[in-house]
Design a protein around this ligand. Structure first.
Ligand code: PMP
Length: 324
């Protein structure tokens, strides 16, 4: 789909996968005026294909668009683009256990000019790629790295938008995480460097043994994860208390040391729910309690993937049947 100031959204078209033609002066290449989304299509046992809360991705894309001074794509156009790509060739959605078709809608400033102002020509594009099971030999707890030198986003910045610039900011700390044997980086707040924000691509939850889940509030600096929101709902359904508020690194450390915190996990579309085994930093480490098979972490994971793959009743109407 193309957008221009005069013509609005127009010219939807499907074409074979291949390079985009882009002007060297296209604003996206110079000023990073770009946003994206990530969601999956799931094949159920009866062969039908479903999406999970896709309208939430549409709404988040609209919020990202506002922050990046891009035009808002109507929710109906977003959902239609997904439906269209899924119906071109039904076989694109894999059927093996825990596999899916990953969908990556993105919007980028196409207008060619040098100068800092919102582009008047924009394109919305959607690509799809089959995704294998994230874990092949059972869920593996991850180790994460605390970035002490870098922040991802500050107040008034773009932290709540899903825009490439945020991920550009996280590449170097992510590299540091890999070099220290960790798979993801944990960011603290930019101001005091005291409060937990999120991982490079996931949100974080602490579980207290007394039945409370605590997660950083979405106050503008972190991405409002759709998995995060779903986990909060499923936990509340079970009668658990969920606190969305500031979470300091000290609270995490002391909670683990005293035994009050019994589980720590991360969540996002790609890995769904993953136990965090350890938080490492340059001069410290917090070793979280081991997550057993009877843990809340694994039980919430099982429930959410169960809903997505049609094994568990969809009480909240989160699933939309696209084909089959
Ligand atoms: N935070 C960041 C920075 C992310 O990139 C993601 C992945 N989109 C998330 C959190 C989790 O969001 P979601 O549950 O919508 O995938």
């Amino acid at each position: 789909l193309c957008w221009s100031e005069k013509g609005g959204w127009h010219r939807p078209r499907v074409r074979p996968y291949g390079p985009l033609s882009i002007d060297p002066a296209a604003a996206v290449l110079h000023y990073a005026q770009e946003i994206f989304e990530g969601l999956k299509a799931y094949r159920h046992a009866d062969g039908s294909v479903w999406t999970f809360r896709a309208e939430q991705n549409a709404l988040r894309l609209q919020r990202s668009a506002r922050r990046l001074a891009l035009p808002e794509l109507p929710v109906a156009h977003f959902l239609q683009s997904i439906e269209e790509i899924l119906t071109i060739d039904e076989a694109w959605v894999p059927g093996a256990p825990e596999t899916s078709l990953y969908l990556r809608p993105f919007m980028w400033a196409k207008e060619a000019f040098l100068g800092v102002r919102p582009a008047r020509k924009v394109e919305y594009t959607l690509i799809a790629s089959p995704a294998g099971a994230y874990f092949t030999g059972g869920v593996e707890p991850v180790s994460i790295w605390l970035s002490s030198s870098y922040s991802r986003a500050g107040e008034g910045g773009m932290g709540a938008a899903k825009t490439g610039g945020n991920y550009a900011a996280s590449l170097l700390p992510q590299q540091e995480a890999y070099a220290n044997g960790c798979s993801q980086v944990l960011f603290l707040d930019a101001l005091e460097h005291r409060y937990v924000e999120e991982l490079g691509g996931m949100n974080v939850f602490l579980v207290y043994g007394d039945g409370r889940l605590v997660t950083p509030a979405t106050s503008g600096t972190i991405l409002e994860g759709i998995t995060r929101d779903s986990i909060i709902q499923l936990a509340k359904d079970r009668g658990l208390a969920v606190e969305e508020r500031q979470v300091s690194l000290d609270e995490w450390r002391e909670g683990v040391e005293s035994g009050a915190i019994t589980e720590v996990f991360a969540c996002g579309t790609a890995a769904v729910v993953t136990p965090i085994a350890e938080l490492k930093g340059a001069d410290f480490s917090i070793v979280n309690p081991a997550v057993g098979s009877d843990s809340l972490t694994l039980s919430l994971r099982e429930e959410l993937t169960g809903i997505q793959y049609g094994r568990v009743e969809d009480r909240h109407g989160w699933m939309t049947k696209v084909t089959g």
